[in-house]
Ligand binder design. Sequence first.
Ligand code: CP
Ligand code: NVA
Length: 316
Amino acid sequence: MSVNLYKRNFLTLKDFTEEEILYLLSLAKDLKNKKKHGIFEKNLANKNIALIFEKNSTRTRCAFVVACNDEGAFPEFLSKADIHLGGKEDSKDTARVLGRMFDGIEFRGYSQKTVETLAQYSGVPVWNGLTDEDHPTQVLADFLTIQENFGKLKGINLTYIGDGRNNMSNALMIGSAKCGLNYKVISPKELFPDNALIEECSKWAKESGASITVSDDMADVAGSDVLYTDVWVSMGEEAKKAERYALLTPYRVNTAAMKAAKPGAVFMHCLPAVKGDEVTEEVFESLASVVFDEAENRMHTIKAVMVATLSRNNYV
Ligand code: CP
Ligand code: NVA
């Protein structure tokens, strides 16, 4: 069976099969290797790429810009302060205008609905660079990092500790269910993942051989290959800071948690990290920490998404 992602949107991993996700990872690995050897194929020569950011970003923005530069495309950064989106103009109109000028659009912001509207009306591939609900490009980088460390995805015990209902936890659950990782969320009951999402993911988990478990007990880190965490307060939720600290202080990834996981377990974090909150400085700086490999892999995997969806030649 062949994989063809030409002209596809990348809004959530829900829309992708295991085979398509594995294809994106192998394309990213290939592009990473080529860059290391100074080979630049300019797969996106003369493409114009719009980068819309309603929320802040270091990694995602830089990954898109560097990936564009490597492949010969022209990125244009459009912050919320620069364009009319969500102000004078609705997303449907902005989509139709940008689609007449650009070959692809990245969107980072609040509502999943906005990225869906951009995809529906622009007529060009749209990529989700994070919404309140999802963060699919991050999961590609995380899975490439897991492959690099363990040589596989299937059967990996991936444990996420922290806010079990944020975009990162959702995205990791979806990706794990699609690709056969055993996904466990350890969080206080108040922050357990949405039941509807667990139900939706369960059908993919059944096909891929994955399992989905939810617990409020830190002792359940036992058997984990990966301990993953994220900030306690996501962008846009600043008003919930005090409530989150009260709930999440017992759910910090510390050396005791790493020791209770499998020998050889790695620590992962999408970054930015608030050291001392969700993870101790000791774990963050330890040899088990692969957080900067994940950050680098953002660029290689985002490049793969753009090349696969914009370049006719890149499918097998
Ligand atoms: N991990 C991630 O998305 O980082 P940025 O917010 O810096 O883009
Ligand atoms: N959950 C975090 C992820 C940042 C990459 C946030 O939305 O702020």
